[in-house]
Every structure is written in C-alpha cells, then in structure tokens.
Ligand binder design. Structure first.
Ligand SMILES: *Cc1c(COP(=O)(O)O)cnc(C)c1O
Length: 395
C-alpha cells in the first residue's frame, strides 16, 4: 500500500516551503551585505586601539551594541556579546550562581520544566556542583502562574530563570509579574528572550529583569552570535565563563566577531522597524492556517490560544496509517517538537510537561511562520494536510 499522492501545488510556489523559522531564519540580504564589508574591507580588530583599522571596528561594534539595546529598551553598556544564546544562558546562570555562592548567598535556583535545553542542561550542571534547582511544572496552557512561582521561592533562592516565549509552543510567560516578584525579594531574574525578540515589544526600562539572553539567527541575523543583557548594577557581577583578555568588562573574553556583531545589530534594528507590521501580517497568516485545519477530527492546538506569539502554531494531529502527519508533509519544512530535539524520535518533553500523552506529543507539528511566509504557501499547506487526513479517513 502506498501513501496517497500529494495534492498538486500552484506552479509559482517555490519548494520546499519553509515553516521552521523558530529553528532559524535566513539572514536578511541587507544584513548580509553589511557583514561582507566587515569581512573584507573593514577587517580591523576592535581591541586595536592604536590605529584606524581598530577604531573603525570599535565604532561598528558600539553602533551594533546600541542597535541591540534599542530593540530591548536597554542601555548600550548593558549588552555583552557572546557566541549565541546558548552561551548567554550559560553565562547568566552559571555566572550568577558562582558569583553569589562565592559571597555565601544561597544555592537554590528556580526555573520551568519547559525551558530550552540551554537553560535546563545548565541547571543540571549546577545541580551536580551542589546547587539545588526547582523545576516548575507549567499548566496545560504552558504557562506558569505568579502564585505558583512565588510559592517556589525560598530565603536561599538566588536566581530564577524563565523564558519569555517558548520555542516549541509559542506561549508568552508573565515576565512582568515574575520580575516584580523577584525584585521585591532581591532574587536575580534571568529571561531567555530568544523567541520573543522581534516578535513582542520588549522594554527592559520597565521590566524588572536583570539578565536577558538573545540570539541573532532567530531574528534574520547570522548564526554564531548573541548577547546577554546585564542590568547596570554594581552588585550584579557575573563570574566569567571564558577567560582571556578581559574583553566585555571581564565578563566574556575573546576577539569580538565584528562581522557577526554588525550583522546582529542591523538585524535587530530592522526587526524593531518591522515588528508591528510583520506581526500583524503573520498573525493573519497564522489565523488562516488554523482556520483551515481547526475542527478536523482529532486536531488540537498545543499551548494557550491567547497568550502566544503569532509566529507559532503547534498542533497535534491524529496518527495516520502511514505514521505521523509530519512525515507525510513532503516539501514542507516543519518541526516535530523543536530542532534541538527532533533528531531523537522521542516525543517532545515540552508537550509531555504540559500534560499531553506521549501519543499526542509524538503527533505534534510546530509550524513557525516568518518574514518570507506567503498566503499561497499557507493555502498549500492547508490543502496538503486536509488531503493526507481525508485519504487516511477514506482508507
Ligand atoms: C534557539 C534558542 C536558543 C539557543 O540559541 P543559539 O543562539 O542557537 O545558541 C536558546 N533559547 C531559545 C528559546 C531558543 O529558541
């Protein structure tokens, strides 16, 4: 028995269709052009303070710092360059834990079971080093509540880490409320905002957040560069995780990757300019996708329907006789779970954590929409899904 032939796509549609912007995004051509200049012509080392090649690189790095700070409502001096958000999360969490443990403060941390592995694995490393970590279980909607969060805090809690937007299910955590709670108790609050930047308006001037991780490649910038926002506060001194020449105020040594940094700066500035219009356009496309499949037998949305970014739709489908629906969406690049876990055939730990059965979790598809997504693509995806399910039902 062969799987049914896929429905015929419109001739002008380019394949494969990319609906995995949550895993990574293409570099915006405008961003790539500027990066090229800094690879070939303006190649100086930003730490070379004795000649114009270095001055030029330094100026560019500082401009990018202001651009990244601008999207976050931060001060440029609060931005520390890293190799990506994985490193930012490590620096934020280990750097704080080690610094405060050294000062005899407590050894307890709080996070959420649905965080990115870059947070969860960092927490596990700290557990092995003698720290104690509470992993909060979110509700069925994927959200933690301020009450639940409050109840987990203890006199010896030194840091809490909660992601802004979940990478698999797109739900938005109540960061403003959680920040107020931490500030009132003097607990350092770290936020992984990788999936929020360029998608929701972030204002660190009003949020009570001490540390925030961001990455360029989820925001139409290059892979391999990110930043950690470190609130200006003399009492907040992170233990460096990479030692060397004392770059970035001693928090992260290494020659700055000028071309990457310049690219991240441009990408973040562009994201700020496009945010409102792009989010509205993507919301309409996401709603069109959901309207096209909502109500089909066995189809269910994963994660809160209200507190979520427009860019994400995580849906579980009924299993078909040929396996998961995801495996039959030929020519459509989606993710079952998130990129970091889809190599393994295991069901998503995020979906299990919000109470989905292994069967429902295994049949989930993450559609993540982005700057290049078109209505024609969405219409084709809807038609393809409906055809697979109809063929399966017809037997
Ligand atoms: C992609 C991602 C990361 C890791 O970022 P890199 O820059 O790829 O290391 C961390 N957290 C979340 C929520 C992500 O989506």
């Amino acid at each position: 028995m062969n799987a049914p032939a896929p429905c015929r796509p419109p001739a002008d549609l380019a394949f494969p269709i990319y609906l995995d912007y949550g895993a990574t995004t293409p570099v915006d051509p405008q961003v790539a052009r500027i990066m090229c200049d800094f690879l070939t012509e303006k190649f100086g080392n930003a730490a070379s303070s004795s000649h114009p090649f270095g001055w030029e690189a330094k100026r560019a790095v500082e401009k990018a710092r202001a651009q990244v700070a601008g999207l976050l409502g931060a001060q440029p001096g609060e931005i520390v360059w890293t190799s990506g958000a994985t490193e930012s999360n490590n620096l934020a969490i280990k750097g704080t834990a080690q610094a405060l443990a050294g000062k005899g403060k407590g050894r307890h941390l709080v996070t959420v079971a649905t965080e990115h592995k870059a947070v969860l694995d960092t927490m596990h490393t700290l557990e092995r080093a003698g720290f104690e970590v509470t992993f909060l279980q979110p509700g069925e909607d994927g959200l933690v509540t301020p009450e639940q969060f409050c109840a987990a805090l203890r006199p010896d809690t030194i840091l809490a880490s909660v992601m802004y937007v979940n990478n698999e299910i797109g739900v938005i955590q109540p960061i403003a409320e959680l920040g107020e709670i931490c500030a009132a108790r003097g607990i350092v609050f770290h936020v992984d905002a990788v999936q929020a930047t360029g998608k929701v308006a972030i204002d660190l001037a009003s949020l009570k957040v001490d540390l925030m991780s961001v990455s360029a490649h989820k925001v139409y910038g290059p892979k391999g560069v990110g930043a950690l926002y470190v609130r200006h506060n003399p009492e907040l001194k992170l233990e460096a995780q990479i030692d060397g020449g004392g770059h970035e105020n001693g928090m992260r040594s290494g020659t700055l990757a000028t071309h990457q940094i310049v690219g991240m700066g441009e990408a973040f500035e562009l994201a700020g300019k496009l945010l409102a219009e792009e989010s509205a356009r993507i919301r309409a496309l996401r709603d069109r996708l959901w309207a096209g499949i909502n109500g089909l037998p066995g189809v269910q949305l994963n994660g809160c329907a209200v507190n979520r970014v427009p860019h994400n739709l995580n849906v579980s489908f009924p299993p078909t006789r040929y396996g998961t629906l995801a495996s039959q969406l030929l020519g459509i690049a989606v993710s079952a779970g998130s990129a970091c876990n889809s190599a393994a055939a295991l069901p998503s730990f995020v979906l299990l954590a919000i109470g989905r059965s292994p069967e429902v979790a295994r049949n989930a598809v993450r559609f993540s929409l982005g700057r290049g997504t078109t209505e024609a693509e969405i219409d084709y995806v809807v038609a393809a899904i409906r055809q697979v399910l109809a063929a399966d039902a017809a037997g």
